[in-house]
Design a protein around this ligand. Sequence first.
Ligand code: SF4
Length: 343
Amino acid sequence: MISATKPIDTPRFAARLRARAIDVDGRRVLISRLAGSGQEMDLTLPANCNGYGRVRHFRMATAESWPANPLPIAPACRTLGIAPVPDMMTALVFQNAACAWRCWYCFVPEELLKADPKQSAWFTADELVALYQQIPDPPRIIDLSGGSPDLVPEWTPWMMRALTDAGLADSTYLWTDDNLSTTYLFDSLSREELTQVQGYRNYGRVCCVKGFDARSFAFNTRAAPEDYDRQFDILRRVLGLGLDVYGYVTLTSPHADGVRQDVSNLVDRLQAIDPNFPLRVIPLRIQVFTPVEQRLARDEARERSLSVQEEAIAAWIDELQQRFEAEQRALPICDVPLKTRPT
Ligand code: SF4
C-alpha cells in the first residue's frame, strides 16, 4: 500500500514492483490488460492484441501557446524514410504493468500500475511481436510504454531481438518511454544487451522529467523531492550511451512563486548535461483524462497547478529563445546534435 502522506520510497517500491513485473529467466514481461480496464473509456479505438495493446494517435498539433509535439513522428519518419512528415502517426502501444510513482495526472489508472496479476498477463517479446503481426495494416511505430518500462529494461533488447527475428527491424520504429526513476538499465542489462540497444538502428528513447523543481516533482509524482535530482543523474547516463534520446517535461506545480527562475534553472540543468538537449525536449501540457478527472475533483492544488503550467510554458519558450539562435530552434528535432550524437 502507498501511504497518502509519506513520500514514496522509490528504490524500495521500484524493487518490489520489478520483482513482480518481470520474469528474467523466462524472458517475460507483465503487460497490462487494457480491455475492461479503467483506461478503456479514454481509448479512441478499442483495445487490440487480445486486449493487451492499443493504437495511439500521435499528433504534432498541441494547444495554443504550446510548442508542437513532433515526438515520435519526426524521428520515426527520419529513420523509416517517410516524407513528407505527416501531422499524425499511429503507434501500437503496449504498457508494462508497473510504475513506482503515482503522478496525479497519469492517464493510466492505479490498477494498471501495481503489477496486479488480475489486470495483466505475462508475455515474451516474441509473443508481443506475433500479436503485432496479426494487426491488419499495423502502425509502423511500436511504443513500449507504461507504467514504467525502465523498471523492466530487458524488455527493450528482447523486443529488438524479436523484431529482428521476425524480419521487422527495418520496417518498424521502436520507441520506449523512460521515467528516469531507476538505474536498472545500467544495473540489470548485460553488456551484450546494452550493446544491442546501442546498435539498434530504428530506435528512439524518450525520458520524462516530471516537474521544474523538486517541489513540483514531489507534488506531481508523490515521490521524495530528492528523486528530482536523481532524474538528471540518470538522464546524463542515458545520454552517455549515445542513444537517440529525446525528452518530455511536465510543468505542473501548485506553487506560483518563482516559476520563471525555476524554469530557467531547469534549462540550466538540461544544458549542463548537453548544451543542445533542451531543443530535444517537448513540454507536455497536462490534460484531463477520466482517471485524472476523478482525482482532480478532490484537490484544489492540482487545479491550480494547471494554471501554473501555462506560466511555466511561457517561461520555457522565452528561455529557449534567449539561449538558442532561430536557426537552431528551427531544426527538426531529430537533427539537433548531441555531444554523444554529433550529426
Ligand atoms: S511515471 Fe508515468 S506511468 Fe508512472 S504514474 Fe507517472 S505518468 Fe503514470
